[in-house]
Design a protein around this ligand. Structure first.
Ligand code: PLP
Length: 368
């Protein structure tokens, strides 16, 4: 068994050289799970796959970008990094910084970060600053600091983050032998939808792509025999600046990872939407929680609420896309693990019964 992180696996598509020190926790290579029960629930002929990014080392897709950002920071001689975060970037930056021996500071919106993420950042030894304000305020401050001080910014404005994150699209193509027809994805700061679209375009068109070289071995040049997916992005309805067409001052959603009112990659997300002929739309918190519970109860996959926005979007578009009638291949990205936000899980489920050590009562409670 040889473990490889995304840099070792896909280095030829990434801005690294043999001299780049690889700081890895063996991120990537996450499961692409066929969701047969959700297929049945939606009632159609389409194949639905779930890219479970909660299986990354710190529990979210942020690790793909962070292995790149931290490796390049070390290569460039940086001694310290900083980010604003709704939580998962902080957890990932803290872990990879610990491994690299870098100092790490994170600025988080006070009160709007899930417990699991906060505990990770603290345990990995980052300086955690809880800001009175929201994510957008935190990002503004971090940008001001990195302009004046020698700290490396590891938010998704750091182009190496996008480069690392695009490898999720590579993995999907390697697994399916093609790109999906539709790709559903949550949208917060909009770095990930940008990264997937970049990844799909580059991999489908690359002469180095394993899929292309298998399919077109004797053609010798790129042909468009692998189509590109339509990118289907979903923001929470109380936090949907791209859909509304203007920044949201006080974004509101229980999906804290996408509670962002002024996304850094706004323009690039619109570009991904338009080039792919996809859409960016909203889902309500109610729809998010419904999908969150469905994933756990029907497929055995526990995600954090923001991650379920992709599946909530799929449910919303089920009849519009004619998923029922057509044989489509659909991928939904599930961005982070459910254990990140234990409070929400406990609030969303039936509380356990407290029972005396009485066999009769226990059997009754089990339903026997
Ligand atoms: C960061 C994050 C998102 C949003 O991704 P963007 O690149 O900011 O659009 C969604 N879900 C989870 C779990 C995240 O950590």
């Amino acid at each position: 068994m040889i473990y490889k992180g995304i840099i070792e696996r896909y280095g030829k598509y990434l801005p690294v050289t043999g001299k780049t020190p690889v700081i890895t926790l063996y991120e990537g290579n996450t499961p692409l799970l066929r969701a047969k029960n959700i297929e049945k629930f939606l009632g159609g002929n389409s194949e639905i796959y779930l890219k479970f990014e909660g299986a990354n080392p710190t529990g979210s897709f942020k690790d793909r970008g962070m292995t790149m950002a931290i490796s390049k920071a070390v290569e460039d001689g940086s001694k310290a990094v900083i980010c604003a975060s709704t939580g998962n970037t902080a957890a990932s930056a803290a872990a990879y910084s610990a491994r690299a021996g870098l100092k790490c500071s994170v600025i988080i919106p006070d009160g709007s970060i899930a417990l699991g993420k906060l505990s990770q950042a603290m345990m990995h030894g980052a300086k955690v600053i809880a800001l009175r304000g929201n994510f957008d305020d935190a990002l503004k401050i971090v940008l001001e600091i990195t302009e004046k001080y020698p700290l490396t910014l590891v938010n998704s404005l750091n182009p190496y983050r996008i480069e690392g994150q695009k490898t999720a699209a590579f993995e999907i193509i390697d697994f399916l032998g093609r790109a999906p027809d539709y790709h559903f994805i949550p949208v917060g700061n909009a770095g990930n939808i940008t990264a997937y679209w970049k990844g799909y375009k580059e991999y489908v068109r690359s002469p180095k792509s394993e899929v292309r070289s298998q399919k077109n071995k004797d053609i010798g040049h790129w042909t468009l025999d692998i189509g590109l997916p339509k990118m289907m992005g979903f923001q929470a309805s109380g936090s949907a600046p791209i859909v509304r067409g203007k920044p949201v001052k006080n974004p509101k959603t229980l999906a804290t990872a996408i509670k962002i009112g002024n996304p850094a990659s706004w323009k690039k997300a619109e570009q991904a939407r338009d080039e792919s002929k996809g859409i960016i739309d909203t889902v309500t918190d109610g729809e998010i929680i419904k999908a969150y519970k469905l994933l756990a109860s029907l497929e055995g996959i526990f995600v954090e609420p923001a991650s379920a926005a992709s599946v909530a979007g799929l449910i919303k578009y089920n009849s519009k896309l004619k998923i029922k009638n057509e044989k489509l291949v659909i991928v939904c990205t599930l961005t982070g693990h459910g254990l990140k936000d234990p409070d929400r899980a406990i609030k969303s489920a039936t509380q356990p019964k407290v029972i005396d050590q009485n066999m009769k009562k226990i059997l009754k409670a089990i339903g026997l």
